[in-house]
Design a protein around this ligand. Structure first.
Ligand SMILES: N[C@@H](CCC[C@H](N)C(=O)O)C(=O)O
Length: 279
């Protein structure tokens, strides 16, 4: 099974192309592939391009625990670059593809340094995220988590996010509280988690705990969600640089919370997976 490894700010994915391999991708095989030391090790698998009857391209996004995600910011930028690198699309014109969390549109301006992605609209609506309880926008709500009382704002970018503004940010905070928030009873589909420090009206910093992946150096959809929450809370303007352990993404919040994300993608390697890892 051929794979193509890319990373976006240290958030690394393996692209597995169904047109080049017949090995099935499922929960079990994804776990084996992503397992550090025993498999290739990665923050996820991007399975595509799959083609619909009308010729649209579809992408399936898998977390290292084998669960399927509706959307990924770094994942979609990486996949856009793969489509151009392998000649499925060219970089002259923007192109779109489907994810479980909706359509995204890629503008490949400089395939290494600048891929702009129209990520779809952010929503704070509980039924869309989902968050339990009566239908409402989940903005500045109190949540008891592992003996602490946090104030959270929840966002769907197609996939679920829980943003926690804090004054003091650390990796340890994400490692300690992330798993409790990810699996909190309020989130029936679990959630991605961002601890967010506002630096000024154009800069925020986040530490991330990803659903199905754990601590990651960067997350594109997390950056979109955190920027949308900061803007909604009146803490920032609509153009924000999001600083993460792995680097920085630029997020623009357009009308109706449509989100545009800009960032780099690095091609790391191409390889062949041995069947032995599935035994
Ligand atoms: N790393 C991604 C997010 C991947 C999916 C996420 N773990 C989920 O389960 O929703 C990104 O860059 O957005």
């Amino acid at each position: 099974m051929d794979f193509y490894r890319y990373h976006g700010l240290g958030n690394d994915y393996l692209v597995v192309d169904p047109n080049k391999t017949s090995v099935p991708i499922n929960e079990e095989s994804v776990r084996a592939i992503c397992k550090p030391h025993f498999g290739e090790g990665a923050d996820g698998v991007l399975y595509g391009p799959l083609f619909t009857k009308s010729g649209d391209i579809q992408l399936r996004i898998f977390n290292p625990d084998g669960s399927e995600a509706e959307k990924s910011g770094n994942g979609t930028r990486i996949f856009a670059r793969y489509l151009v690198d392998e000649g499925y699309r060219n970089s002259v014109e923007p192109f779109s593809f489907q994810t479980l969390g909706g359509m995204v549109t890629a503008h490949v301006i400089d395939r290494r340094n600048k891929i702009v992605m129209d990520m779809g609209a952010a929503t704070f609506l509980s039924t869309k995220i989902p968050v339990l309880g009566e239908e409402r926008e989940v903005v500045n709500e109190h949540l008891a988590v592992n003996g602490r009382k946090l104030t959270v704002t929840c966002v769907s970018m197609g996939n679920p996010h829980c943003v926690v503004p804090v004054n003091m940010l650390s990796k340890d905070l994400a490692l300690e509280m992330g798993p409790h928030l990810e699996n909190h009873a309020m989130f029936p589909n679990r959630t991605n988690v961002q601890f967010m420090r506002v630096i000024d009206r154009h800069h925020i910093q986040i530490e991330i705990w990803e659903r199905g992946a754990g601590y990651t150096l960067a997350s594109g959809s997390s950056s979109c969600a955190a920027a949308a929450a900061a803007f909604r809370l009146g803490l920032t303007q609509n153009t924000v640089k999001v600083q993460m352990a792995g680097g920085e993404l630029e997020i623009v919040i357009l009308d109706n919370y449509k989100i545009q994300m800009t960032g780099p993608v690095v091609f790391v390697s191409k390889g062949v997976l041995s069947n032995e890892i599935f035994a």
